[in-house]
Ligand binder design. Structure first.
Ligand code: PGA
Length: 245
């Protein structure tokens, strides 16, 4: 695993955008996975700016959502796909035909099988970018998720429900379950990139980088990935000891 320390949030966003741009230059038809949440917003803006400047071409790329709330309507305002469309896919003018997303109302086992089959048909995920949850989750792989877990329905932990309430209003507004790519699924991606920024993530990032690799801390799975990259700004790196690249 490689650790890239960015000077600040803007630099974190720019350096992560360069990883995406390099990926698309190497393979224009890449299967890409992006997270939602606050952290990737600067990355999305950097990618839209790069596309407008003609530095990157998304026309052959295929997108797959990392996770989604379960049991909500397709047009529910909390749908993570809508967040991604608003912040990234819309501004990039990506057609729906190039976007694969979880159906929140589908039968979860069949839906998970459909997504896994789709990944296999395309020869695997080329690049997956994930955020870091306050409890160390990646996607909706909460603490205790097996490192070989596949795409599936999961119950959200109280910590995630609390932190996600910031997006939607109150804890009562946060759905209790979700659908997520599994840690094993993400582990097979050609490149797995974790992005995190801000002093509030420093404690959990230090654990992710330094604590024993354990399913109790899903983000430690990055350290098992031969092409795992952590991009963190200086504020988040505060308490972390840099491991050798
Ligand atoms: P954030 O969310 O980017 O809004 O901090 C990360 C997460 O909870 O996975």
């Amino acid at each position: 695993m490689k650790v890239i320390e960015a000077a600040d949030y803007e630099d974190l966003s720019r350096q992560t955008a360069e990883i995406v741009i390099a990926q698309l230059r190497a393979k224009p038809s890449s299967l890409l996975v992006f997270p939602t949440g606050r952290t990737p917003l600067g990355l999305f803006k950097a990618l839209v700016d790069a596309e407008r400047a003609g530095r990157v071409d998304f026309s052959a790329a295929v997108f797959l959502t990392l996770d989604e709330y379960a049991s909500i309507a397709a047009d529910d305002r909390r749908r993570l796909l809508l967040w991604l469309k608003l912040e990234l896919l819309g501004p990039l003018r990506i057609p729906d035909s190039a976007v694969h997303a979880f159906d929140p109302l589908a039968e979860p086992h069949a839906e998970a099988d459909r997504i896994e089959a789709l990944i296999a048909e395309r020869g695997g995920i080329d690049l997956a970018i994930v955020g870091l949850g306050p409890n160390g989750h990646i996607g909706m792989n909460e603490p205790g998720s097996a490192f070989d877990s596949r795409t599936r329905r999961v119950d959200l932990t109280p910590a995630t429900i609390r932190s996600n309430a910031a997006y939607w209003g109150t804890e009562a507004d946060v759905p209790r379950a979700g659908l997520t790519l599994g840690l094993g699924t993400l582990g097979e991606a050609g490149k797995l990139v974790l992005i995190t920024g801000g002093a509030e993530k420093a404690g959990i990032l230090a654990k992710a980088l330094n604590d024993p690799i354990s399913e109790d801390l899903p983000a430690t799975a990055l350290r098992l990935h031969s092409n795992g990259i952590v991009v963190a700004d200086r504020a988040a790196m505060g308490q972390a000891t840099r491991l050798p690249n």
